[in-house]
Design a protein around this ligand. Structure first.
Ligand SMILES: Nc1ncnc2c1ncn2[C@@H]1O[C@H](COP(=O)(O)OP(=O)(O)OP(=O)(O)O)[C@@H](O)[C@H]1O
Ligand SMILES: Nc1ccn([C@@H]2O[C@H](COP(=O)(O)O)[C@@H](O)[C@H]2O)c(=O)n1
Length: 680
């Protein structure tokens, strides 16, 4: 997951390939709660691991469920032993539910029915998301729920219920604000239906019926067969009780599929040879958002599918503008707003009032961000109308504010295919953690940029600070990192171990050896040669000197050339070394040359070694680094020198690491088209 302040998507040209989607959030949090309320142990396969499922799991732990392993682990099922429909009389807990509506609402209902002393808390936005209609419905039953802040909104305090004389009458709940209120009652009230049927009457037109469909399907898997009377009355039969189904497989998230369906419609090109294959969810999905596929088809996508997969290609281009009631696909409909940027006219999405009370006011958010890109947008209480930028010149490079809303972030990644060749900046990209933590990584495996991914080169002599600065710049931008010196160090180490003299006469032998090496840089910055961790072995001063010797051989440099260029990937690369800007990436978007006096560098290296617990002597270090400088600068092959277009930073003794990092980032920012004025 990208945890950077922003993520710059370079302009993207096309897409194709296969993506395996993470589990559905709606299904994951429902089955977690249903398993927790049941008798017996449920084995859950393919659960989503995200912010919203994590808060649910934490809450269930706090309530006393046995859960192994303690968290969602890729490829491993999760075993959850339920509470058997009851809590100890003295049950008490404060539950933090973040911004997860699928946790706050159903847990509130279940705990209000089970009784205890609970505080239901979350982040600030959760306290702006209404829950009053659910609380009113639960109070009709005799549940004890108090508001701890603004009436009608979390945080809440739950006590022990008094059901005397309340169960016989139908429970009334509004269905026109959020279908989660009805879902919550449908999941909680079977706990009271052992001896008598419970009836729920929906007030107003029920919105988002497909989500209720998911709830009913999953309830049936856990032994609760609810009668559905025309989506206005639901009856939980007497004698209902939760029973674990044993094992459940969670479908991939149909809402998450919408971004990749849109990607196929927008970016697979006209010749019909490329496509996006989506695995984990098919046209027979129980999730309502699968009907996004129909909306995408109406806009021109060619969608085929089977039981557990979808395949999408571009059909009509430009896409066709549509006018659609989106009540049945409220979440995925946001993706249509992004597709509307590529349509042949004005697209209107109607009946989406629920957008106003989601993670953010989504109508306002989408309107604001689409306008930044150059679209003309009209918004109403329950609709949005989008006209794409009138011409290529009307597109603007935008820094997209994401409002802590995963769907805003994912939708606007699609704007990187704009016809104007502009990059798109996604602010706070880690908001996708709510449902799809690795969304951008998945996207990057499918897309091709219109020009090679951007590179920032940081060259300079030994101990000038390049490695330190490059690593921090890469972290802040979410870019990959190439420590090219490590490759020469590995070459020197491998040759020495193989007994090959580090002399020009053996250069080809060393180069041949280098070509056979299996080198891996791990995400936690360890270096593996085959299975061996050589991170420390290559960091000695002797290894640096050997690297300097082998690096003077053109054959060795040639053997490492493509390996270095292969580090270039989306969203970008920071490369440090001696010839990054002059030889390896001559087209780099930014080249920086770091320098510092030999004395300053020797002192820094001395401190670095002492801090690592290694013995060192400044005079020896100074002599060594001067020898290395001389060899690196004087060799004929790719000598150390600033690229002609490099920017210089004197990293002298008075300057801090952070100053150097800020300077490089400032130079980088100057080359980006995102106007600071756009940011709210
Ligand atoms: N202003 C600064 N900028 C960068 N590094 C600094 C600075 N001040 C102190 N240092 C320290 O200098 C030491 C040397 O830095 P670093 O290892 O990044 O250099 P390098 O140029 O990559 O060296 P080499 O090419 O030998 O790998 C590190 O311990 C780093 O923390
Ligand atoms: N692009 C590069 C990088 C490094 N070298 C040589 O390797 C030696 C070790 O590099 P460090 O950055 O890890 O200290 C260095 O002294 C250079 O001789 C190179 O030639 N080209």
């Amino acid at each position: 997951m990208f945890t950077t302040a922003f993520l710059d998507l370079p302009h993207l040209a096309s897409a194709h390939g296969c993506v395996q989607l993470p589990g559905s959030k709606s299904i994951s949090n429902r089955v977690l709660l249903l398993a927790a309320l049941s008798h017996g142990t449920t084995v859950l396969h393919d659960l989503l691991d995200s912010d919203d499922t994590r808060v649910m799991l934490d809450a269930l732990h706090a309530l006393g469920c046995t859960i192994t392993p303690g968290q969602v682990t890729p490829g491993q099922p999760l075993h959850i032993t339920g509470l058997g429909g009851a809590l100890p009389a003295d049950a008490a807990a404060t539950l933090f539910l973040g911004n997860a509506g699928t946790a706050m609402r159903p847990l509130t209902a279940a705990l209000a029915v089970l009784g205890g002393q609970f505080e239901m808390t979350g982040i600030a936005r959760m306290y702006e998301r209404p829950i009053g209609d659910l609380v009113d419905a639960l109070r009709q039953l005799g549940c004890q729920i108090d508001y701890l802040g603004t009436p009608g909104y979390p945080p809440l305090k739950i006590g022990h219920p008094d059901f005397a004389a309340h169960l016989a009458a139908p429970i009334r709940v509004r269905g026109d604000v959020s279908s989660q209120f009805l879902t919550s009652l449908l999941m909680a009230l079977p706990l009271l239906a052992r001896t008598q049927a419970i009836t729920i009457d929906v007030q107003g037109e029920l919105i988002s019926k497909p989500y209720i469909h998911i709830t009913l399907e999953l309830l049936a898997r856990f032994g609760i067969r609810v009668e559905n009377h025309g989506w206005q009355r639901f009856v939980i039969p007497a004698g209902s009780h939760y029973q674990s189904p044993g094992a459940i497989h969670v479908e991939a998230d149909a809402s998450s599929a919408s971004y990749f369906i849109a990607l196929g419609a927008i970016a697979t090109g006209d010749n019909g040879q490329k496509s996006i294959k989506i695995e984990g969810v098919g046209l027979d999905s129980i999730q309502g958002d699968i009907r996004f596929a129909e909306a995408a088809q109406a806009m021109g996508a060619v969608v085929t599918g089977g039981p557990n997969w979808l395949q999408v290609q571009r059909g009509a281009w430009p896409l066709k503008a549509i006018d659609l009631d989106c009540n049945h696909i409220p979440d995925a409909a946001m993706t249509l707003a992004a597709m509307a940027l590529y349509a042949d006219g004005t697209t209107t999405l109607r009946n989406i009032a629920s957008w106003r009370v989601k993670e953010t006011d989504r109508i306002a958010a989408m309107a604001c961000e689409l306008r930044k890109l150059g679209a003309t947008v009209e918004e109403g209480a329950d609709f949005i109308r989008i006209t794409p930028p009138a011409s290529v010149q009307d597109w603007q490079a935008a820094s997209i504010h994401t409002y802590d809303d995963h769907r805003v972030a994912m939708c606007f990644s699609l704007a990187a295919f704009n016809p104007a060749g502009l990059p798109v900046r996604i602010e706070d990209p880690q908001c996708v953690a709510k449902t799809f933590p690795d969304y951008f990584e998945a996207l990057f495996t499918l897309v091709q940029p219109s020009v090679p991914a951007p590179v920032i080169c940081i060259d300079g002599p030994t101990a000038s600070g390049k490695g330190t600065v490059a690593s921090l710049v890469a972290q802040r931008l979410g870019f990959a990192l190439l420590d090219s010196g490590a490759l020469y160090r590995i070459a020197g180490l491998a040759a020495t171990r193989a007994g090959i003299p580090l002399e020009a006469a053996h250069a080809q032998q060393i180069a041949d050896l280098v070509a056979t090496l299996h080198i891996v840089f791990t995400p936690d910055q360890r270096v593996l040669l085959g299975a061996e961790d050589i991170s420390l072995a290559i960091r000695t001063e002797a290894a640096g000197m050997n690297a300097s010797r082998v690096s003077a051989f053109p054959a060795v440099r040639q053997a490492l050339l493509q390996l270095q260029r292969d580090f270039r990937r989306l969203p970008g690369l920071v490369a440090d070394g001696r010839d990054m800007g002059t030889v390896i990436f001559p087209d780099a978007a930014l080249k920086v040359y770091l320098s510092a006096s030999a004395q300053c560098r020797a002192e820094r290296r001395f401190k670095q070694l002492i801090d690592k617990g290694l013995s060192a002597n400044i005079a020896d270090l100074l002599a060594d680094l001067q020898a290395r400088d001389a060899r690196d600068m004087q060799r004929s092959a790719a000598p150390l020198k600033p690229a002609e277009d490099a920017l210089h930073w004197d990293n002298h003794a008075e300057r801090t690491i952070e100053q150097a990092v800020q300077q490089v980032l400032a130079w980088w920012e100057q080359r980006q088209p995102f106007a600071a004025a756009q940011r709210p």
